[in-house]
Design a protein around this ligand. Structure first.
Ligand code: UD1
Ligand code: CA
Length: 453
């Protein structure tokens, strides 16, 4: 049994952003949720998040998670932040884990190791790592396994700054925590209440402080945009490696972006620059072409998306294909063997088996029957300025190039629409509809104009 506190009240000045730092997304998910999920993995009895700067937004992001919220009204430092959880945890006997909302790569295994030290009798345990460039982190003073103190960068002498072992910002404490916190003073360069000062305070009370040595990557804290990009890079590398291990082929993997919510099957091929977001699911043998963007889109086995296609909320059944340069919007459903080609936009439309729309068309709020051919430049005029209307096209129909189907309208099975028609009335099954001016040829007119006739 333990309680966990996550510190997430800081402004994150160095991000230079209106968005609170802990809400900056990593692979589409707020940074804070990484720390939160690591904490939840250990099933704490109580989980408190300390919020402050941009707190309302942070609380919103926490919705649905089993957390309690403590408010830090003024950001006076990490020790002061932790003290704000006292009201909620006063009667909790400990041990306590404390982590930071800006350290997203910390693993549950490491947290468990910290907790174990305290369970085995240490008063306090903290995670340390050795960094080639320790700039910005607190430096660790130690003697063997025992930690003597932590010195923040701002307060460090050149000799101390040369120390490369740093405080990663993850701690475990025994039940003495809140009593000790009251002894923290802000007599330092930042005029802040430093949480790592607890090292010295615990020692002064005769309690042992131990370090757990971690791997550098886990400790990466996010204070700047550059660090955010670095952490995102680590997460992406891990994710790509995981999917390649499960049989996904990635060409130039370092150019491929995907989010943890995406699911891929074996023998999927991803070409360079593919962007896969949200609840995108890609079935066996599918191919995603270069620079395609798929969000919340499903490709059933054997479907294909060609270069530069953008799909959002679309569903492609086996053998369907879209692109290059296709645009599929929410509710676009392409059944088996459908092909949608370049500069074709499909929204909230069901295209039955074998429909072809090869070039330059807009299909919105439409249902198109099996085997129908949609010519280049065809448009379903679904919007009358106020409301959206439906277009229904039957099976094996042929809609000639550059036709406008003014909805609500129906075109029957096997009907033919002549090129350039503006269809405002239903077309019966098997009929030919031509709705355009007939062609007139004025013999010799052009030559007369040129003075040659
Ligand atoms: C902190 C540690 C440093 C450590 C580093 C590891 C202190 C004083 N320093 O420095 O030793 O090497 O983390 O990443 O703790 N926060 C609040 N309220 C505040 C201030 C901060 O909730 O008043 C939260 C922030 O939202 C953030 C975390 O505490 O999630 C750390 O604060 P930050 O200012 O980033 O500390 P660092 O300078 O990185
Ligand atoms: Ca930090």
């Amino acid at each position: 049994m333990h309680a966990h506190v996550i510190l997430a009240a800081g402004q994150g000045t160095r991000m230079r952003s209106r968005l609170p730092k802990v809400l900056h997304p990593l692979l589409g998910k707020p940074m804070l949720l990484y720390a939160l999920e690591a904490a939840l993995a250990l099933e704490p009895e109580r989980l408190v998040v300390v919020v402050g700067h941009g707190g309302e937004k942070v609380v919103e992001a926490l919705e649905g998670y089993p957390v309690e919220v403590a408010w830090q009204k003024e950001q006076l430092g990490t020790a002061h932040a932790l003290l704000q959880a006292e009201g909620l945890l006063r009667d909790f006997p400990g041990p306590f884990l404390v982590t930071q909302g800006d350290t997203p790569l910390l693993s549950p295994k490491t947290l468990e190791a910290l907790l174990l030290r305290v369970r085995e009798g240490a008063g306090m345990a903290l995670l340390t790592v050795e960094l080639p460039d320790p700039t910005g982190y607190g430096r660790i003073l130690r003697e063997g396994e025992e930690v003597l103190g932590n010195v923040e960068e701002k307060d460090a002498s050149p000799e101390v700054r040369a120390i490369r072992e740093v405080n990663a910002g993850a701690y475990a404490f025994d039940g003495f925590l809140f009593q000790a916190l009251k002894e923290v003073r802000n007599e330092n360069a930042a005029r802040e209440y430093y949480l790592p000062d607890l090292v010295a305070i615990y020692r002064a009370h005769g309690r042992r402080v131990l370090a757990v040595r971690g791997v550098a990557e886990e400790a990466l804290g996010v204070n700047t945009r550059e660090e955010l990009a670095r952490v995102e890079g680590v997460l992406l590398r891990r994710l790509r490696a995981e999917w390649m291990g499960k049989g996904v082929r990635m060409i130039l993997p370092e150019t491929i972006y995907l989010e943890p919510s995406v699911e891929l099957a074996p023998d999927v091929t991803l070409w360079p620059g593919a962007v896969l977001k949200g609840r995108t699911r890609i079935g066996e043998g599918c191919e995603v072409g270069p620079y395609a963007v798929l969000e919340d889109t499903v490709l059933e086995p054997g479907a294909k998306v060609l270069a530069h296609t953008v799909a959002q909320g679309a569903h492609l059944h086996p053998g369907a294909s879209a692109g290059p340069f296709a645009r599929l919007r929410p509710g676009a459903v392409l059944m088996e063997e459908v092909h949608v080609g370049n500069f074709v936009e499909v929204k909230n439309s069901l295209l039955h088996k074998g429909v072809k729309a090869g070039h330059l068309a807009y299909l919105g709020d439409a249902e198109v029957g099996e085997g129908t051919n949609i010519g280049a430049g065809v448009i379903t005029a679904n919007y009358d300025g106020k409301r959206k209307h439906k277009t229904e096209i039957g099976k094996k129909a042929f809609i000639g190039s550059n036709s406008v189907l003014v909805a609500p309208v129906r075109v029957g099975d096997r009907a033919l629409v002549g090129a350039g028609s503006v269809i405002t009335q239903d077309v019966p099954e098997g009929a030919l509809a031509v709705a355009r001016e007939r062609q007139k040829n004025l013999e010799g007119y052009a030559l007369r104009k040129l003075g040659e006739g």
